[in-house]
Design a protein around this ligand. Structure first.
Ligand SMILES: [Zn+2]
Length: 112
């Protein structure tokens, strides 16, 4: 797959971006933004988190272009930045939970 090729700078940025998803709370916030626009306060309610913690995470996620924000009246609504972010989640969820693999995840007898 030639499109999976990184310059060192890009590698650092990718690691940083995946690193954002390595926090379970932040990951839950990203998932809350899938397929809808949701206000920060609603995310806080759904996940039983403080509003300031959710704001903090949303700021980081915005800076990393994982989510985008749109102000409407007094409220700011959040959604995934685009389908790429959704696809990453969907593919990894499928990879972990929803499909059988070719079998090389179970080392055969004699394999190192
Ligand atoms: Zn897979």
């Amino acid at each position: 797959m030639k499109d999976v090729e990184l310059l060192p700078d890009q590698s650092a940025e990718l690691a940083e971006t995946f690193g954002l998803l390595a926090d379970q709370t932040r990951l839950s916030i990203v998932v809350a933004c899938v397929d809808r626009e949701i206000a920060a306060g609603e995310i806080a309610n759904e996940l039983a988190l403080s509003a300031s913690l959710v704001s903090h995470h949303l700021r980081l996620l915005r800076a990393a272009r994982m989510v985008r924000a749109e102000r409407r009246g007094k409220q700011v609504f959040y959604t995934l930045a685009d389908d790429c972010v959704r696809d990453v989640l969907r593919i990894m969820i499928g990879h972990l939970f929803a499909h059988e693999h070719g079998g090389d995840d179970q080392p055969a007898e004699g394999d190192i």
